[in-house]
Write a protein of this length. Structure first.
Length: 202
């Protein structure tokens, strides 16, 4: 999601990698590269190895991290962006996920300000939308609680779930599928909506 926001607001090209893949694919990193490590715990070995690999190629790193004083926070060159979401209680950790989205959004807005790709009034409008977000989420939860219960009752016998999304909603589909797997142990898959005809439908 941060990729979509950074590219849209700053016109800076962003590549996304799983840390576990990044460290094994011999990435080509230019002189103007920056590694943004996004991690809840700040202690995941693959993420730390990716940050070390970037360092060996003289690429600075920034960490968006929840755990204060973690290894990723100490390893980051630009100082960590702390989420302050509190300790992770369950494996799904929705508060860390939503905080990461907001932190990525704020990072993109700061880049846009530094690169002069958004006017100050545009940045203020984005910030105001973020300020209003908690109340909107609460209203959404209250308005659809009954409907969600009905849907859960209707589909709780399903053995598979398919989450579809397009553009910025594709990563949300991936996260939705991950949350369902983690919490219910039901197989779920996130998929780009436009590729359905080449994938599951085919």
């Amino acid at each position: 999601m941060t990729k979509f926001v950074v590219e849209a607001l700053t016109r800076v090209r962003v590549e996304v990698d799983y840390a576990s893949e990044f460290r094994y694919r011999e990435p080509v990193l230019g002189d103007d590269a920056l590694l943004l490590a996004i991690t809840q715990s700040g202690e995941t070995v693959d993420t730390l190895a990716a940050m070390e690999l970037a360092r060996t190629q003289s690429v600075p790193s920034i960490a968006i991290v929840n755990a204060i004083g973690s290894q990723a926070a100490r390893l980051a060159d630009g100082g960590p962006i702390y989420l302050h979401a509190g300790p992770e209680i369950g494996v799904a950790s929705t508060k860390a996920f939503t905080s990461m989205i907001v932190a990525g959004y704020l990072f993109a807005l700061r880049l846009a300000q530094a690169r002069n790709t958004l006017a100050p009034e545009q940045i203020r409008a984005h910030l105001q939308a973020l300020i209003e977000l908690p109340n909107k989420v609460n209203a959404l939860i209250e308005s659809c609680a009954t409907q969600c219960e009905q849907l859960a009752e209707r589909y709780h016998h399903a053995n598979n779930a398919l989450y579809l999304g397009r553009q910025i909603n594709y990563p949300i589909a991936l996260e939705g599928a991950l949350k369902l797997k983690e919490i219910s142990y039901i197989h779920a898959e996130g998929y780009p909506a436009g590729e359905m005809k080449h994938g599951p439908v085919a």
